[in-house]
Write a protein that binds this ligand. Sequence first.
Ligand code: SAM
Length: 281
Amino acid sequence: MSSSQSVAGPGSEGSSAPDHRYLLDNARVEAGERFTWLAELFDGVTRGHFDRLGVTAGGRCWEVGAGGPSIPAALATAVGPTGYVLATDIDPSWLDPHGGYEVRRHDIVGDPPPQPGTFDLVHARLVLVHVPDRARALATMVAALRPGGRLVIEDADTELQPLACLDEVGPAQERANRLRRAVRELMTRRGADMRFGRTLPRALRAAGLVDVTASGYFPVGGTACDRLEAATVRMVRAELLAAGLADDTEIDAHLAAIDAGELDLTLAPLISAWGRRPGQP
Ligand SMILES: C[S@@+](CC[C@H](N)C(=O)[O-])C[C@H]1O[C@@H](n2cnc3c(N)ncnc32)[C@H](O)[C@@H]1O
C-alpha cells in the first residue's frame, strides 16, 4: 500500500481510517516459504505466458511486487546479458541482489514509474488484488511500457472459487472451508478485492491497452497446495484469533489434517490477462 495512505495500526483504536496494510507481510518468516510454493504452483503458468508473448534476448522487463526471486531470475535468464530486469517490491528482502537483476524498493501505488516508456514487459502476479488503488497502480505500470510493450497481470478471483476443499466430504474438509472463509474475511478487511481477477480484461482496456486477452488456472491437491495453506494459516494465525474468526483448537486441527495429507486442498483461480501499449517502438 502507499506510504501516503492512512493506516489504523496499533494504538489507533477508535480511528475510523481503514486498515489497508498488506496482510501477508514479507517481514514474517513464513513469507519465504509461501514464495517457494507460489513459484511451484504458478511459475509454469506465468512462464508459459512470457514464452508466448516473446520475452527474448536483449529485452527490458519490470517485475512488480516480485516477492521471491524465481520470476526475476527466470526473466534474467530469458533476456540474457544484453537485457535488463528490474525487480521491485514494498519489501524486497526476499530478492537476491546478486541474482542477475536489479532490486529496488518501490511502492506501485505511491511511487512514480521507474524509467518510464522503456520496458518491453511489465508483470505483476498476486499483487494488485492486495493494493487499494488498483487503477493508479495499473497506470504506473502502463506508463513504464515502451510503445508496443506488453503488460501481464495475474491475480486471484477468490469469489469465483472460494473453497479450500472442493470435495467437502467430512468435518476436516468443512473446517478447511470455514477457515478459508475466515482468511478471506481478514483480507477483505485489509482492502483486498476478492473479485478482482474477473475484472482484469476490462481494467487493462481502461488503462489504455489493446489486444487484451486473458485465461484462468487453478491447481487441485498436491504438496504445494498443502504447504502454501499451512504457511498462510500459520502466518495469519494471530490475526484470525484477534478478530475472533477462528480459535486455537480448529487451527491446530486444520494444520494436523494438512500434515496428514487428508484434504486435497485447492486455491482460487489465477486469472492472467495481458495487453499491449498502442504504437510501435
Ligand atoms: C502474494 S505476494 C506475491 C509475490 C509474487 N509476485 C508471487 O506471485 O509469488 C504479494 C507481493 O506484493 C508485494 N506488495 C504488496 N503491496 C505492494 C505495493 N503497494 N507495491 C509493491 N509491492 C507490493 C508484497 O510485499 C508481496 O511481496
